[in-house]
Design a protein around this ligand. Structure first.
Ligand code: 5GP
Ligand code: MG
Length: 182
């Protein structure tokens, strides 16, 4: 295990099993999407989850990658999200699946859900790999959740700290939650 990691929270095997099950839930829910699904994935933390999830979704889909940042640089505290709305594709009349890595305070998803809703989709659902229990404000709702976790700062399987650790095949708790506040 990497020195920066204090402990493994979710193993590669658990991730694989749960992502497959989640894909099943999503297929059931989108059964009647006549024109397929438009996936809007929030960069960069969702990349691994997205890659594993979409290969388990045997449906017609378009994929848009939208940059949103809320934890710039060496910080483990959210600073308020910013969305490149020009990166959104035409969503009018579409069945949309939003994909994000983790629901923490909910600031990021509140912003993206608002922007997506304003684009006139037929339906919008949201999938997150992780959710920090009891932290998100109740006005942010998600439809598909991989794992509910405790309130710790995690990295791996796409999630970073200062750009690092995204390639770890597990979700782990970062040792020494340093926050230089840069
Ligand atoms: P929210 O806006 O819900 O507070 O934060 C959501 C975003 O913050 C996530 O998309 C993710 O990029 C980042 N984030 C929240 N919690 C964590 C965490 O424990 N680890 C990492 N690496 N990123 C997090
Ligand atoms: Mg993110």
């Amino acid at each position: 295990m990497e020195a920066a990691i204090e402990r493994i929270l979710i193993s590669p095997e658990s991730l694989k099993t749960r992502v497959s099950a989640l894909a099943g839930e999503i297929v059931d829910a989108f059964g009647e999407a006549p024109d397929g699904v438009t996936i809007v994935a929030i960069l960069s933390g969702s990349i691994i989850f997205l890659a594993d999830l979409i290969r388990e979704l045997p449906m017609r889909m378009r994929i848009a990658l939208v940059p949103v940042s809320s934890y710039p640089g060496r910080t483990t505290r959210s600073r308020g999200a910013k969305l490149e709305s020009a990166a959104l594709p035409d969503l009018a009349g579409r069945d949309v699946l939003l994909v994000d890595d983790i629901l923490d305070t909910g600031g990021t998803l509140r912003l993206v859900q608002r922007e997506v809703a304003a684009a006139g989709p037929r339906s919008v659902r949201t999938a997150v790999l992780l959710r920090k229990r009891d932290k998100a404000s109740p006005d942010v709702s998600v439809d598909f959740v991989g794992f509910d976790i405790e309130d710790v700062f995690v990295v791996g399987y796409g999630l970073d700290f200062d750009g690092l650790h995204r390639n770890l095949p597990y979700v782990g708790v970062l040792r020494n939650e340093t926050d230089s506040g840069s």
